[in-house]
Design a binder for this molecule. Sequence first.
Ligand SMILES: [Zn+2]
Length: 271
Amino acid sequence: MRYIEPHAHMVSRVTDDYQAMMLAGCAAVCEPAFWAGFDRSSAAGFHDYFCQLTEHEPRRAAKFGLPHFCWLCINPKESEDVGLAREVIALIPKFLERTNVLGIGEIGLNKNSRNEMAVLEMHVDLAARHNQLILVHTPHLEDKLKGTRLILDVLRADSRIKPERCLIDHVEEHTVKLVLDHGFWGGMTLYPETKCTAARAVDMIEQYSGERLWMNSACDWGVSVPLAIPHAALELRRRGHSPAAIDRLIYQNPIRFLSQCPKFKLPEENR
Ligand SMILES: [Zn+2]
């Protein structure tokens, strides 16, 4: 088995997780910027986090032979303070040159507030001006459908943004069709308690074409499983999906989306 982990918050994980991912066939890990479990008190805190994502974590991953990529933004959970968000967004352009940065993310909405919307629009503008891919976080539970609609409206209202260069993450049964119908990619997050189980993800794959879908573990500081994708691959196998179809979903699909950024390259021996 080989797979790409397209969404994992490795700064929260231990070295054993890197080792287990490599043993399971992981060929690359991508880490969106997100909430760290606590609110940072200043833009300087984000500056250090961006250094961690672009310098320190890739070095740690390299010790296990795993290529590490990242996405940058101020996450929606910390976007209520528009002044702070403006300062953090101003830091991002100089980091975009760094070799492991794939785009702007995970941006989006948390509580669907007016301030979060303003910061979302700033990020979309930043991505458009710098021709960056976009990775979107959608809100939880009862806020998800409304939040997903609001996010798609913002993306579709900007003529510079191409839907095939945006991935809407944490889709569920009631949002996946909306995302795919508008030409975006969708991500299914495999969590043991909330979001999506492997069985539900496979149901969605069987119901909609898996052509613009990927799965991720989003493993972070909370209850989450770094090997969620290999576990979902076992569920696919159990339900009769061929090894070729599974490879398309967990390896080739993420590569197809991420390769739209020319910096996403795997070393020859990992292909
Ligand atoms: Zn995340």
